[in-house]
Design a protein around this ligand. Structure first.
Ligand code: GDD
Ligand code: MG
Length: 346
C-alpha cells in the first residue's frame, strides 16, 4: 500500500519553532515528526511514500534522501507555489492507482491503520476520514455522520457555536483513486473546504473511522509541549520509549558530573555534557550535543540539538531551538528560546 503526506504548509502558528524548520521536521522526543509517522507506516506494511512539499522543501528532501533506515521508497514532490491541500493531492495523482492513505504531517497519534483500512473496505467507502472527539471543534474540520458512520456533512472550521458535532477530521484519510478525478488540475484548492463538500454533493460514499486512542495536532507551541507531556505520562505511546518502566533514557552515553542530579522522566540525546551540581528533570528532553554548565536547573522543557547553557541557567516550561547559546545566569520560564528571539508562550 502507498501513502501520501501533505507536508507543504508554512507552520505559521508554530513559529518561531518553524523559522528554520518545516513543521513536519520538528523533533518529537528527538525524532522528526514525519520520520516517526513514516516508521509507523512501515510497521503497518506501507512500502511507498509520496511527500508533498512546498515550504522549506529542501530540509525534508535532504533528510529523507539520506535516510537509509526506513527502507521505504520515498518520493518528495515539491510545489513551486502552494496548491492547498486539494491541489497538493491532485498534483500527486500519478502515484496512486489503488486504495491509498493520506496524512496531514503535523499529527502525532496512536491509531490502528490496518483497522482503518479494513473499516474503509467493509463500508465500501470512496473516502474514509479518521475522526476524533475534541472539546473545541471549531478549530478543525467538523464531521456530522449518521448511525452507519456515513458522513452527512463536513464543515471546515465553523464559527464557535455553529458546530454540528464534536467529531473532527483527524487529518488521516483512506482514498479510492477515482476520487482524485473530482479535484481540479494545477489549481489551488482545499480538500476540506472545496472537495469534501463537493464529493458529498455528488453522492460519493464518505465514512468515518473512530478508532484512535491518542491524537494531537502539533500546530502550536502549546500543543508541541503537550505532546511531550503526553509521551512522558504514557497517554501517547511511542515505540522506542516507555516512561512507565524506565524513567531516564540515554543516560549511559551521557557525560554527567557525579554531583549532578537527574530526576526522571528525562530523555537524553547523544554526546550530552552535564556540569557539576546541575539539576535536570523532571519532564526534560535534551537534544544531541547539549552542554550544561555548573549549577544549571532544567525542568519541564524541550531542548533541541547543539544547544549550550552557561553556568546557573534556569529553564522551566521552555523550548530551546537548535544552536542556541544561553549565557550564564539566564532564567527562562514559559519561554520559546530561539537564536532570533526569546518569546513567552502565548
Ligand atoms: N503540499 C502542500 N501544499 N501541503 C499543504 C499545503 C499546501 O499548499 N497547505 C497545507 N498543507 C499541509 C500542511 O503541511 C499540513 O500537514 C496539512 O496540509 C494540514 O494543514 P494545516 O495548516 O496543519 O491545517 P489545520 O491544522 O488548520 O487543519 C487541518 O488539520 C486538522 C486536524 O489537525 C484540516 O485538515 C482540518 O480539517 C483538520 O481537522
Ligand atoms: Mg494542522
Amino acid at each position: 500500500m502507498k501513502a501520501l503526506f501533505l507536508a507543504g504548509g508554512m507552520g505559521t502558528r508554530l513559529r518561531p519553532l518553524t523559522n528554520h524548520m518545516p513543521k513536519p521536521m520538528v523533533p518529537v522526543m528527538g525524532i522528526p515528526l514525519l520520520e516517526r509517522s513514516i516508521s509507523e507506516l512501515k510497521r503497518c506494511g506501507v512500502n511507498e511514500i509520496v511527500v508533498s512539499t512546498c515550504y522549506q522543501a529542501g530540509r525534508i528532501e535532504q533528510h529523507f534522501a539520506s535516510d537509509t533506515r526506513s527502507g521505504m521508497k520515498i518520493h518528495c514532490i515539491c510545489e513551486e507555489k502552494p496548491l492547498g491541500t486539494g491541489g497538493a493531492i491532485k498534483n500527486c495523482q500519478k502515484y496512486f492507482d489503488d486504495t491509498f492513505l493520506i496524512f496531514n504531517s503535523d499529527i502525532l497519534c496512536n491509531i490502528d491503520l490496518k483497522a482503518l483500512v479494513a473499516s474503509h473496505r467493509e463500508k465500501k467507502a470512496d473516502v474514509t476520514i479518521a475522526a476524533v472527539e475534541v472539546k473545541n471543534p471549531s478549530d478543525y474540520g467538523v464531521i456530522e455522520y449518521d448511525p452507519e458512520e456515513t458522513i452527512v456533512s463536513f464543515t471546515e472550521k465553523p464559527k464557535p457555536g455553529e458546530e454540528k458535532s464534536r467529531f473532527i477530521n483527524a487529518g488521516i484519510y483512506v482514498f479510492e483513486p477515482r476520487v482524485l478525478d473530482v479535484i481540479p488540475t494545477e489549481k489551488e484548492s482545499s480538500i476540506e473546504r472545496d472537495i469534501f463538500p463537493l464529493l458529498l454533493k455528488q453522492g460519493y460514499r464518505m465514512a468515518v473511522y473512530r478508532g484512535s486512542s491518542y491524537w494531537i495536532d502539533i500546530g502550536t507551541p502549546q500543543k508541541y509541549m503537550q505532546a511531550h507531556r503526553d509521551i512522558f505520562e504514557g497517554s501517547c505511546l511511542v515505540p522506542e520509549n516507555n516512561f512507565k518502566s524506565d524513567q531516564v533514557y540515554g543516560l549511559s552515553g551521557a557525560d554527567i558530573a557525579p554531583s549532578a542530579k537527574i530526576t526522571g522522566p528525562v530523555w537524553f540525546g547523544k554526546n550530552v555534557h552535564i556540569g557539576a551540581n546541575a539539576v535536570i528533570g523532571p519532564n526534560v528532553v535534551i537534544g544531541d550535543g547539549f552542554e550544561a554548565g555548573r549549577g544549571c536547573e532544567i525542568s519541564n522543557s524541550v531542548i533541541w540539538n547543539n544547544v549550550s547553557a552557561g553556568s546557573r541557567v534556569d529553564l522551566d516550561h521552555s523550548v530551546v531551538t537548535a544552536g542556541c547559546r544561553i549565557g550564564s545566569g539566564v532564567q527562562c520560564q514559559n519561554t520559546i528560546y530561539s537564536p532570533e528571539s526569546k518569546l513567552p508562550f502565548a
